[in-house]
Design a protein. Structure first.
Length: 131
């Protein structure tokens, strides 16, 4: 019925199983089915997009995932400020107070989280220099 189905029929040992639901608790090749729920997510609690800063910036973020969180990285205007790695479980609260070397009129703060399944998510906000 098309190139995809033709490829599946020629290359998949059990083509009838393609696009079939896997029963809850079923095993594939002897391994349990792993459900990644909820997906990796970052919620930046503080600061908020559009906030004004002078120098020190307090960062509070909540990170959740369906598998253990592996790394958290913090960036200021594209430069790395902080990197932490470890097994943080599936829920992690990141707190840090950073003092950037240079505060521009407009600044990009980004937090990047990665989990053990290889997923990565990035949350960015813009912060302004207090006049």
């Amino acid at each position: 019925e098309g190139p995809v189905l033709t490829w599946i029929a020629a290359n998949v040992p059990n083509p009838q199983a393609v696009n079939q639901l896997i029963p809850e608790g079923a095993a594939l090749a002897g391994a349990p089915v792993v459900y990644f729920s909820p997906p990796l997510a970052v919620s930046l609690e503080r600061p908020k997009n559009g906030d004004f800063v002078i120098s020190a910036v307090s960062v509070d973020a909540a990170i959740t995932a369906g598998v253990p969180i592996r790394t958290v990285e913090l960036y200021w205007n594209g430069g790395v400020i902080d990197v932490i790695s470890g097994d943080f479980g599936t829920s992690f609260i990141y707190k840090n107070t950073v003092i950037p070397k240079i505060v521009e009129l407009q600044n990009l703060l980004a937090i990047v989280a990665a989990d053990t399944a290889g997923s990565q998510v990035r949350k960015e906000i813009i912060l302004f220099k207090r006049p």
